[in-house]
Structure formats: structure tokens, C-alpha cells
Design a protein around this ligand. Structure first.
Ligand code: DGL
Length: 202
């Protein structure tokens, strides 16, 4: 069993880690589409084109399923690609807004790219923080804990009145360990869906 994942950069590595925890015996192929980064500032058509190229590359490499390890590409392209390839398993990454709303009583802060934010509306208890450069900032800070810590602090200083954060971009999951509040991430949800399709013993 070979599982392909793609993102515009290092964000999807958090999704791959979650999949590996549940399905350690599968083999994984990760595609970092740096030439098309950042996805979040692009039009839907451009994101669909980039996502389709990634999907084709991973299918041609023999993957049995592809995980779109990116909230932006999921929001803009997953439905289109599923219509184009109805018999191929394509899983997407959704912000964990519903679990956060169930678990929290106060407001939750959803941090998202512009492309992800424009695709869905949320109830009033969700503060939507649209971040234009944060994915690129995480890309640069990746691997440097002090830089990630400073970035998390700087980002959250722009918001108030929330009790928890939902990461609406897989890059932001790298900031989660440095956020002084509960953080809800969609990676475990994708991993559980993958395991339910292919069996946890894979
Ligand atoms: N990590 C991606 C996401 O989940 C893409 C961020 C970007 O390239 O703008 O949205």
C-alpha cells in the first residue's frame, strides 16, 4: 500500500506524521509543490491546476490513494478532482471546526489562508483570521523552534476573545506546540478516514 500526500511545502508533513501513527506499515510518498507556493494567494483555477499536477505525479508514481495534505487545495480542488477521478481515493484536509465547537464553550479562532476562508461560512462563534503570509513565514521558520515560537506569539497577538485555535492550514500545525491555548487540527481526522478505508493494519 502506497499513500501519496502533497502540499505547497512543509505543512503536509504534519498530516503524513498523523497517517504514519495510525498506519505505520504503509509506504508514503510526499510531494512538496514549492514552485506553486503559496497556494493560499492563488485563484481557484490556479489551485486546481497545481493540485491536478500533484495528483497526476503521485498516481503515476503508483500511489493507491492520495491525501491532499493542504486545507487550501482541499477547499478549492478536492471536489473537482473527485469528479475527474471517481474511482481513485482522494482524501482532503478539513479544518477541525466542528470538534472545536463541540468541545469549547467560548469563541474559537480559525486561522486560514484567503483561499480557504472564502470557500465556507462559519457560525458567529467562529472568529475567522485570514492570514496572507503566515504559511510562507512558517516555511521559512520550519526547523527553528525559537522562530516558530516567535511567529506563534506574533500571530496570536493580533486576535483576542477566543478560547481555542483551529488550524485552517496544515503549515500552521507547526505552530501548535507554541500556542498557549487548546489547538484543534484536522490531521488526525484524515488519518482516521484513511485507516477506515484501508484498514489500520496496512
Ligand atoms: N499548507 C497549505 C494549507 O493547508 C497551503 C498554504 C499555502 O501554500 O498558502 O492551506
Amino acid at each position: 500500500m502506497r499513500i501519496g500526500l502533497f502540499d505547497s511545502g512543509v505543512g503536509g508533513l504534519t498530516v503524513m506524521a498523523a497517517c504514519k501513527r495510525l498506519m505505520p506499515r504503509a509506504s508514503y510518498l510526499y510531494m512538496d509543490d514549492a514552485p506553486d507556493a503559496p497556494f493560499g494567494e492563488k485563484s481557484d483555477g490556479e489551485i486546481v491546476d497545481a493540485a491536478r499536477r500533484c495528483l497526476h505525479a503521485l498516481m503515476n508514481a503508483g500511489c493507491d490513494a492520495v491525501v491532499i495534505a493542504c486545507n487550501t487545495a482541499t477547499a478549492a480542488a478536492a471536489d473537482v478532482l473527485r469528479v475527474e477521478y471517481p474511482d481513485f481515493p482522494i482524501l482532503g484536509l478539513e479544518p477541525a471546526v466542528a470538534p472545536a465547537l463541540r468541545a469549547e464553550r467560548g469563541k474559537i479562532l480559525l486561522l486560514a489562508t484567503p483561499a480557504t476562508a472564502r470557500h465556507k461560512s462559519y457560525p458567529p462563534r467562529v472568529i475567522v483570521g485570514v492570514e496572507h503570509t503566515l504559511a510562507s513565514d512558517v516555511e521559512r521558520a520550519y526547523g527553528c523552534p525559537s522562530a516558530l515560537h516567535a511567529l506563534a506569539r506574533r500571530t496570536l497577538s493580533g486576535y483576542s476573545g477566543y478560547s481555542a485555535v483551529v488550524t485552517g492550514c496544515s503549515h500552521y500545525a507547526h505552530l501548535a506546540p507554541y500556542m498557549p491555548c487548546r489547538v484543534y487540527d484536522g490531521a488526525d481526522g484524515v488519518a482516521r478516514r484513511l485507516a477506515s478505508i484501508f484498514g489500520e493494519s496496512v
